[in-house]
Ligand binder design. Sequence first.
Ligand code: C2E
Ligand code: MG
Ligand code: MG
Ligand code: MG
Length: 276
Amino acid sequence: YQAKRQKLSVCVFEPWMGRVVAEQLNIAKRLASAIAEKQLSLHFQPQVDLESGQLIGAEALCRWHDKELGDVSPGKFIPIAEERGMIVALGNWVIEEACRQLAEWRDQGHFMAGQLAINIAAQQFEEEDLVESLLNSCSCFGIEPSQLSLEITESGIMDNPEKAIAMTEVLKGKGLGLSIDDFGTGYSSLAYLKRFAADKIKIDISFVRDMLTSDNDRVIVATIIAMANTLGLETIAEGIEQQDQITALLAMGCTQGQGYYFDRPLGAEQFVQRWL
Ligand code: C2E
Ligand code: MG
Ligand code: MG
Ligand code: MG
């Protein structure tokens, strides 16, 4: 005991630390009830063919408006959901709602080209139940699994690469699409990448944002595209805000994009009006 005690480091507790913890707890509590009461919503951002500007799919992005906290960004509440064991429940709601929305559009006579992409957190990807949740929601709303595509981050895959590889095989067998999100920000090994049954790489927003001003970022983007082409993977650039980025991306061989230049993530009705 004495030996253990000497190894303990001094921990300074400042008042602001207490406030941060209290704020997080409050957000977590409210988020838990928002999930249970289905108070989240989905927005949809178009994905386009860079040459023609035609719609090739959309990404579903989770939104939360809380009475007390106002709009909370997913950049804030998704990590909290991950840390506090709520991400699987949240993710299952997203899957169900995405399928419900596709069915509603179909029933209204709107055709959505391509696939609807859903973000899947690493913890969801490690759950055996993921496949069942996806297939259940699909059959419940009469949606083909091939109408969906899953986005998992590069770092999410590297959490447990062997398990991720096995999961992708199963999902691919069921016809779902699979993209590696935020590519370039993690540390994936090319050996894993080759075994991972993805069909698309999403070039991270940070490289796309700086590719016109930074030689490094331009070279990284070009290298990712060349590597993807070699491995037979499609590429899509996230965060396109200017025409010049499109010109540069096309010259490098990337033909798909997403970003404010085309449209922001939109509520379902606005998405239908503008894109379907
Ligand atoms: P992500 O999947 O990489 O999504 C792209 C983010 O970039 C979205 O932020 C989108 O609104 C934003 N974006 C799109 N185009 C542009 C642009 O031209 N410029 C700029 N500056 N930003 C652009 P959002 O909606 O705030 O989501 C942030 C992250 O939260 C997502 O990153 C994703 O990792 C996570 N997320 C969102 N919804 C879900 C969900 O349903 N499940 C899970 N697990 N994660 C989600
Ligand atoms: Mg994404
Ligand atoms: Mg991304
Ligand atoms: Mg991101």
